[in-house]
Design a protein around this ligand. Sequence first.
Ligand code: HEM
Length: 404
Amino acid sequence: MSAPSERYTTVAIVLHWIIAIAIVGMLMGGWYMTNLPDGAPGQYDLYQFHKSLGITILLLTVARIIWRVMNPPPALPGDMKGWEKSLSHLVHIGVYLLMIALPLTGWLYSSVSLKLDVPTVLYGVISWPDMPFVEGLKTEAGAGAANRAHGMLGFLAVALIALHIGGAIKHEFGAEDGVIKRMAPGLFGPDNVFAKPSRGALTAFGSAFALLVVIAGAGPAMSALSGAGAPVASGATFEPNWAVDADASSIRFSGIHDGNEFSGQFGNWDAAIQFEPTAPENAEVRVTVSTASATANQKLYTDSLPSGEWFNTAAFPTASVDILDIASGGDGTYTSTARLTLKDLTVDAAFPFELQIDGDRAQMTGQAVFQRTPLDLGQASDPGADWVSEDITVNVVVEADRLN
Ligand code: HEM
């Protein structure tokens, strides 16, 4: 029997087992989540978790490859046959390629999918942008090919993992000195020692972290450059006689997503109001809203709203609302129609509101309910309202001071 071989470094061992467990979980989770019926409770969160863990595996694999280059693994036991060593090397190369290709094809698919036009927010905290330079693949055919590649690599991974485990078991219990104990010290007999001191932790993990910072930072940098968030003006053609107190006023929206209520608000809007309580029918009200200023109670929703199928903020930076046909119902209650123009589509909704005027100060609260379909909102990823409710409720609070 040959001399006991060295074991892997502690960092290599920890990375190996974390990534191994994560990949097995990802394979099982991937097939499980894609077989759920559309809109099944929790499916949305499972997809987000799948993407988060997949990107984590990609970054850990980058660290692992750099670590391996800086800390070459111990040689295979000398009593393994030549062809066994070659096969072992081939399987190892294949597994490394898969650890890169599986997350990359997953990222590619979620970047070009028409059905899943949903942003990626790692663990609900870090915005992860779509893959750059692949816009041209955002077609039925391109997305289909990326999806098939990702799924087929999953099957290939099962085959290679089986070969990898089979080889490890054979050489642990065969005539050789054993290989599993090199990666799982103490599990099968005495712990082999890693002779050389390890190096390069900062380079390996620093590079993976730098990659995370650069890619995750690219999204916010692009939107800052696009000028989103510049103040909007109402653009009204009439002379207003009320000035809105922006700090005391709000436009909020809410609905249901995956069984839970979501809510959000527009941070940047302007309203021009010409209103006399004695003649409400002559009132003119125009509200202009910066679509890019919408924020929601979850980062995932905030990141989703600017996309093409929701507000499409790049093409339609503002939306406008005209309040029409105002009529008094007595006791400070009014009926009216809110005419919303969003993405060049115009819809009307009933807008009942209450108004109290105290001296020169007015306070108004009102509510309108809009439907997503006529406004072409979320029609690519969720046309059947499986995840996001068809009804979106808008609540408006305005406090204003009389100008003249
Ligand atoms: C090692 C990492 C990964 C593994 C092992 C893995 C595995 C899988 C598997 C087995 C499926 C089911 C495929 C099928 O439909 O037959 C799947 C689906 C999916 N994966 Fe991954 N994945 C990984 C990384 C990623 C990453 C990084 C992303 C995106 C950032 C991603 C996005 C997706 C999406 C969106 C689906 C659903 C496809 C559909 O709905 O048809 N995956 N994954």
